[in-house]
Design a protein around this ligand. Structure first.
Ligand SMILES: [Zn+2]
Length: 72
């Protein structure tokens, strides 16, 4: 069969669960399969960000235990 008119819907794997997601406007959460997977992925990203191991504080470290910034 030869039909150039037949479009093959592009399918991408969901970054979170690996499920195949058709790359169509109908897929609202692409490249994720669902909103949940999207949130999970964002959650992991944030978790990794906040999960910085080590005691090295970035710039702005006044002391080893200076956790009173709100209080004056
Ligand atoms: Zn998924």
């Amino acid at each position: 069969m030869s039909g150039p008119g037949q479009k093959n819907p592009r399918v991408v794997p969901c970054p979170t669960c690996g499920r195949e997601v058709p790359w169509t406007p109908a897929s609202r959460w692409r490249p994720f399969c669902s909103e949940r997977c999207r949130l999970i992925d964002l959650g992991q990203w944030a978790a990794e960000r906040y999960r910085i191991p080590g005691e090295e504080a970035p710039s702005g470290a006044r002391g080893p235990e200076g956790e009173r910034e709100d209080e004056r």
